[in-house]
Design a protein around this ligand. Structure first.
Ligand code: WQD
Length: 321
């Protein structure tokens, strides 16, 4: 298929582009390089530098015989979204509406969207399935849920079939070492751990060790980006084959504590990774773990690289350089 990947120079986007190219699809990357990186681009993909707030440029790029859009251009720091909701409203909401309108106008009927486990909010039960109540605890999660609702209307009224992929905690790097771009100012656990291991920062903070978990630190479901990337292609093929929309969780089904992740990183990198226990970070649920049953049944998808050692070692390969 002739695919347009919006946000294709970003951390997850570049892995999705790599997987599409590996499977023989043609790819145009549309990215404003605000968080994406030129070094994440591949020679085999066409690159158009552009912003999702530029409706005219979006209409032009979607008019080029595009068979499907994968949209990963969003701000994703949940904490920041509570302080600067305007930034998230404009980019994540207005930007996506612009893309959807361009898609509808040019009759692009397949749309894969990066949604998030943040749509669920504080878990009422575990593991979290797709029927779990949606009650976002942060503005970021609210933008993702609103977009899912918009997608349902564009499906009904404009016949745009979508896959909304609810990622849990994305981590890791391409196991073949083909993606090297570091995230700018990372706030997520694994890149922070790696910045300490590689000497880019001196020490790190562990946000709370008094949670009701096996070692007192929060449990998350870390899912390898290459596994996520594979799911994008499967979802695209699924909506093409079934001409229907789909909402699906993508997680590893394994809960890992913050301490376990840091310990694994100490072992694999052979560095001390100094970590100070500090207060809890507001809005952090004690545990988030997904079931991937629906993804298995509908897409035949299964995480391959999402064990702790693969996550840490593939990320370390990039940071140690
Ligand atoms: C993981 C754990 C922290 C940094 C975020 C988004 C969520 C989703 C996934 C995409 C937590 C702890 C972290 C540090 C720490 N995004 N931690 N020290 O918050 O689970 O989820 O990414 O859709 O919407 O909120 O991920 O990596 O920030 O944190 O102790 O320096 O690591 O408290 O328990 P989070 P995270």
């Amino acid at each position: 298929m002739n695919m347009l990947v919006i946000g294709g120079a970003g951390y997850i986007g570049s892995h999705v582009v790599r997987t599409l190219l590996d499977k023989g699809h043609s790819v145009t990357v549309y990215d404003n390089l605000s968080t994406g990186r030129k070094e994440n681009l591949f020679a085999e993909a066409r690159f158009v530098e552009g912003d999702i707030l530029d409706s005219k440029a979006l209409r032009e790029v979607t008019a080029d015989g595009i068979d499907g859009i994968i949209h990963l251009a969003a701000f994703k720091a949940a904490g920041e979204s509570m302080i600067r909701p305007e930034k998230y409203a404009v980019n994540n909401l207005t930007g996506t509406i612009n893309i959807l309108n361009a898609a509808a106008e040019n009759e692009v009927r397949r749309f894969v969207f990066s949604s998030s486990a943040a749509v669920y909010g504080e878990p009422r039960y575990l593991p979290i399935d797709e029927k779990h109540p949606k009650s976002p605890e942060n503005f970021y999660g609210f933008t993702k849920l609103e977009i899912e609702r918009l997608l349902e209307w564009y499906d009904r009224l404009k016949n745009v079939k979508f896959a909304a992929l609810r990622y849990f905690n994305a981590a890791g790097y391409d196991p073949h070492g083909r993606i090297r771009g570091l995230e700018r100012n990372p706030q997520n656990l694994l890149p922070v751990v790696m910045e300490v291991a590689s000497g880019m920062r001196e020490r790190m903070q562990v946000f709370g060790n008094d949670y009701d978990t096996r070692d007192g630190t929060c449990i998350r479901d870390y899912i390898h980006v290459s596994d996520l990337a594979e799911a994008h292609v499967l979802a695209l093929e699924w909506i093409k084959a079934n001409d229907r929309s789909l909402i699906v969780n993508l997680g590893s089904e394994t809960g890992v504590t913050v301490k376990e992740m840091i310990e694994a990183a100490r072992r694999i990198t052979g560095t001390p990774i100094p970590a100070d226990i500090v207060d809890r970070r507001p809005g952090d649920p004690a545990q988030l773990v997904s079931t991937a049953q629906f993804a298995r049944e509908t897409l035949g998808w299964k995480a391959k690289y999402s064990d702790v050692d693969s996550l840490v070692s593939s990320t370390w390969e990039v940071y140690r350089r």
